[in-house]
Design a protein around this ligand. Structure first.
Ligand SMILES: [Zn+2]
Length: 390
């Protein structure tokens, strides 16, 4: 692999990526091995960043010069996650989710849209570039576990050596229908666990029911949700569908059997803060709602994961470059979190920009229109030219 003769065209490359079952619960090492071999050649540095138990890895492909510590204005990261959400019920699919299928002018398959389509294009650009022509680095960043709460990007942010500067610009290729997106919401995951004492339900005085306090907690969170829906912040106008922090009582697990006083009950809570909101303060309000509803119950509250909201200034070079390419004047925000939240905290200017529509992501028969896929290639190639070569 790596030799010119074995290079795949973009469609075949996408088909290869889709064929790896990279549902987040699986190891991503087979696809990381494939990409490493595919891209390996002189002038390309391949860095593998394993997760804590070694079952997964982020993959960093560095083409072109290293950056010194002085101010640098150029260079580009193309960032995509390689994990996908589970395909769900196979009967809902018109074709095998892990075999790319071309029909009606689109490519169908799990991840075709979110986001192996972009990944294939980024890899293809890294494969075709001559590293000796790069004045500034072109870096591919392929992460694990984005779909579990941007865990790979968090790992990258924690472990990337601080003495090694990254290119200052990134395209995070989430499916935006080729719109430049410069802000998104965060997503924080929390858990309240009520501990009771099990007993035969015929002798309730010997036990402590864990579900009843959980019920009060759920009511309090429902009230807080309604309050949050009335609140607005400076970026609300960019999120016309959902201009507020969305709180979701997402999962409740408790109880053992109908004749047992339940010992535990857990309530999982998600909240999506807008950029510009004080997200620790938001988490504190949720905690407060839980605390005030629990009365004398034994409840622990945990912040499980915090995928930060993200916002880039409209004057940023990379944003202006992408807007220029697609002739865009409007500002768009999106209601989901992405790896950009962590990259932005590392000082990288990020724009979300990729082919495919978020409307079909995470659904059966996910697809990417072929025209958009091909157009994206040309746009990304021009961007690489602007940011890394000229
Ligand atoms: Zn995605």
């Amino acid at each position: 692999m790596g030799a010119m003769s074995s290079r795949l065209n973009d469609k075949d490359l996408l088909a290869r990526l889709v064929a790896f079952d990279t549902v987040s619960r699986n190891s991503n090492l087979p696809i990381v091995d494939f990409l490493s071999e595919y891209l390996e050649r002189p002038g390309i540095e391949i860095i593998r960043q394993p997760n804590d138990d070694g079952t997964k890895a982020n993959l960093i492909i560095w083409a072109g010069p290293k950056l010194d510590r002085d101010a640098h204005r150029f260079g580009l990261i193309l960032s995509g996650h390689v994990d996908v959400v589970p395909p769900g019920d196979r009967d809902d699919w018109h074709s095998d989710p892990f075999v790319l299928d071309e029909r009606d002018g689109s490519y169908f398959g799990r991840g075709a849209c979110d986001m192996k389509g972009f990944d294939a294009l980024a890899i293809s650009l890294l494969a075709e570039i001559d590293p000796s022509t790069l004045k500034a680095p072109l870096v591919g960043l392929f992460t694990f576990d984005e779909e579990l709460g941007t865990l790979g990007a968090l790992h990258f942010a924690k472990h990337w050596p601080s003495q090694r500067p990254l290119p200052p610009h990134a395209i995070v290729g989430e499916p935006t229908s080729l719109r430049a997106v410069r802000m998104h919401k965060g997503h924080a995951a929390m858990r309240a666990t009520v501990s009771g004492k099990p007993a035969h339900s015929g002798y309730p005085h010997l036990g402590v029911n864990a579900i009843e306090p959980a019920g009060r907690i759920i009511v309090a969170l429902t009230e807080l949700r309604a309050v949050l829906e009335q609140e607005r912040c400076v970026t609300s106008k960019y999120f016309p569908d959902v201009p507020y922090a969305a709180l979701n009582v997402a999962q409740v697990v408790g109880g053992e059997a109908i004749n047992i006083v339940p010992e535990t009950c857990t309530v999982h809570i998600g909240v999506r803060a807008l950029p510009g909101m004080d997200s620790p303060a938001l988490a504190a309000r949720i905690r407060q709602a839980v605390e005030s509803a629990k009365a004398d119950a034994d409840v622990t509250f945990e912040l499980l994961n915090d995928s930060p909201p993200f916002e880039l200034d409209e004057s940023a070079l990379v944003y202006k470059a992408v807007c220029g390419l697609v002739d865009q004047r409007e500002t768009y925000g999106v209601n989901y979190a992405s790896d950009a939240g962590h990259l932005a905290r590392m000082g990288v200017d990020c724009v979300l920009f990729g082919p495919g529509s978020i409307d079909v992501a995470h659904r059966p028969n996910e697809f990417i229109p072929i025209k958009e896929f091909e157009r994206a290639k040309g746009l990304l190639r021009s961007l690489v030219q602007q940011m890394c070569v000229d």
